[in-house]
Design a binder for this molecule. Structure first.
Ligand code: ZN
Length: 221
């Protein structure tokens, strides 16, 4: 009888937990920061993220990783994801295939030197990636569905508006940690998204934690 009651209890607990999971799908969002590391702004951003207990993804430029490896190491150790964003930020589609491949491989090496780990994700500068080049690399090419236009507006209030307006469960938000107004906007973006019930994850975390990213790589012909 006790065994039966125990099994019934366990079954009920399973039912309740699976119902709860399906009734309240997690609202995950991945904040992404491109074009760094920046010598002062990236550490400032890392301190903000640490205080807020939020993880993000940094798509770093290889030549800056080589220059500021300790910043990348700090980000990696704090649980953020490090992604490859090429060596010198060219439009990869305008390069010869070998040169484009070199941009990515060299950046991989710089990231490995800083963190000990090969990045799993890659974002092409300007989102510009050819299918033929994409085929060379066994990893996820990451785009975005929420553009904060931070590189253009350079205004914290506008960046907050853009970030909060378009974000849905599974969103990937594009920002740049080389602009001061962006970093200034981040605490308000985090507070706003938390109020809307979002949890923060990395771009790879969007997959592993059951939050589907809205945008897969847009490899172009
Ligand atoms: Zn970029």
């Amino acid at each position: 009888m006790h065994a039966f009651a125990f099994m019934l209890g366990a079954l009920l607990a399973l039912l309740v937990s699976s119902t709860a999971a399906s009734a309240a799908p997690s609202k995950c969002v991945a904040l992404t920061f491109d074009d760094g590391p920046h010598p002062t702004l990236t550490p400032k951003l890392l301190s903000i993220l640490e205080k807020e207990k939020v993880v993000a993804t940094f798509f770093v430029v290889g030549q800056l990783v080589e220059k500021y490896p300790t910043i990348v190491k700090r980000a990696y150790k704090a649980g953020h994801e490090i992604g490859n964003h090429s060596w010198s930020h060219p439009n990869l589609r305008k390069l010869e295939p070998l040169a484009a491949e070199g941009q990515i491989r060299k950046t991989d090496a710089a990231i490995v030197a800083a963190t000990g780990t090969t990045p799993r994700v890659l974002r092409a500068p300007y989102g510009s990636m050819s299918r033929s080049l994409a085929r060379h690399f066994d990893r996820a090419f990451i785009s975005w569905d929420v553009d904060t236009y931070d590189w253009r507006v350079r205004n914290s209030d506008r960046v907050v508006q853009f970030a909060l307006r378009g974000t849905r469960g599974g969103s990937i938000v594009l920002m740049h940690d080389i602009h001061e107004p962006t970093v200034t906007a981040v605490p308000r973006i985090i507070t706003g998204l938390k109020k809307l019930g979002f949890q923060f994850t990395t771009v790879s975390g969007l997959r592993t934690e059951g939050c589907k990213p809205l945008v897969e790589a847009r490899a172009q012909q």
